[in-house]
Design a protein around this ligand. Structure first.
Ligand code: CP
Ligand code: NVA
Length: 312
């Protein structure tokens, strides 16, 4: 299996990659998925190690990276920030230098995107953003791969994101714009995506010929949508705002009624974990139109492709 070559050392945002590199990663992920499903060994990272720093909790990210490394013949080390010296004030740059002497790659989930940048700047080895306050690139790549394996062309297709203009929304906007899929983001006023990210998405759209819409109007956003996406109203670290957010976001919810306003055959997506009954009704999440567990599974295959490309 030929491993794709990337021009960037790290994956800090989806913009660390070019459109061509994303597609070659997707094609490689599809091969790895097939190999894994058919029990064919693919130990492309024999003897390699990945240090994984977590400042926040995780199910999918932790398990998919850890099992992914194992399946590739390597080893992943789980480092809770409370159990390493970062938790007691050791600097990110010293941590980067030390880990570079032991490991072949670092994955970090952190509150501050600046820390991801600082880590990458000081590490000699690849750094992967496993979620920051601003971005969740591994999620968006896996989501767009989930669409790609259903229908390889993105042009003329539309994804509607309804909910908080958060890290997941940001990465989805950039990734869709890069790949040429239309994206409409509907959020309550004051919860819109970051302005710089929106302008970046507009720039990328101009290059790919797709459209980005940012609105508070849910109906307008979901019109003709082929994919309807949502994420939690309250992200990790915002727990104190949960009650207020439940009020503000009340209408920004995926229901059967909202789905009926999308294109025929529209599929429902969610990065998970879901707060059932808040941003999405059980009835929709548990129905055949939801492809959320495909998305979760594809975290494994896409990240394995990425790990090979960065560390292989
Ligand atoms: N979607 C996602 O990143 O899930 P975890 O928080 O469980 O890793
Ligand atoms: N926006 C959510 C995503 C969780 C995968 C959060 O940051 O908590």
């Amino acid at each position: 299996m030929k491993i794709p070559v990337l021009s960037s050392k790290d994956l800090l945002t989806v913009m660390s990659l070019s459109r061509k590199e994303i597609i070659s990663l997707f094609d490689f992920a599809a091969k790895l998925k097939k190999a894994q499903k058919s029990g064919k060994p693919h130990r492309l990272l024999e003897g390699k190690t990945l240090a994984m720093i977590f400042e926040k909790t995780s199910t999918r990210t932790r398990v998919s990276f850890e099992i992914g490394m194992y399946q590739l013949g390597g080893y992943a080390l789980f480092l809770s920030h409370n159990d390493i010296q970062i938790g007691r004030g050791e600097t990110i740059s010293d941590t980067a230098r030390v880990l570079s002497r032991y490991a072949d790659g670092i994955m970090i989930r952190t509150f501050s995107h600046d820390k991801v940048i600082e880590l990458a700047r000081n590490a000699d080895i690849p750094v992967i953003n496993g979620l920051s306050d601003l971005f969740h690139p591994c999620q968006a790549l896996s989501d767009l791969f989930t669409i790609y394996e259903r229908e390889p062309g993105f042009a003329g297709r539309k994804l509607a994101y309804v909910g908080d203009g958060n890290n997941v929304a940001h990465s989805l906007m950039l990734c869709s714009a890069m790949l040429g899929m239309d994206i409409a983001v509907a959020t309550p006023k004051n919860y819109q995506p970051d302005r710089e990210v929106v302008s970046m998405a507009f720039r990328l759209c101009a290059e790919s010929g797709s459209h980005v819409t940012v609105t508070t109007d849910i109906k307008m956003a979901v019109e003709n949508a082929d994919y309807l996406y949502t994420d939690v109203w309250t992200s990790m670290g915002q727990e104190r705002e949960a009650e207020k957010r439940r009020r503000v976001f009340r209408d920004y919810k995926i229901t059967r009624a909202l789905l009926s306003k999308c294109a025929d055959g529209c599929r429902v997506m969610h990065c998970l974990p879901a707060h059932r009954g808040e941003e999405i009704e059980d009835e929709v999440l548990d129905s055949d139109v939801a492809i959320v567990f495909d998305q979760a599974e594809n975290r494994l295959h896409v990240q394995k492709a990425l790990l090979c490309a960065l560390m292989g």
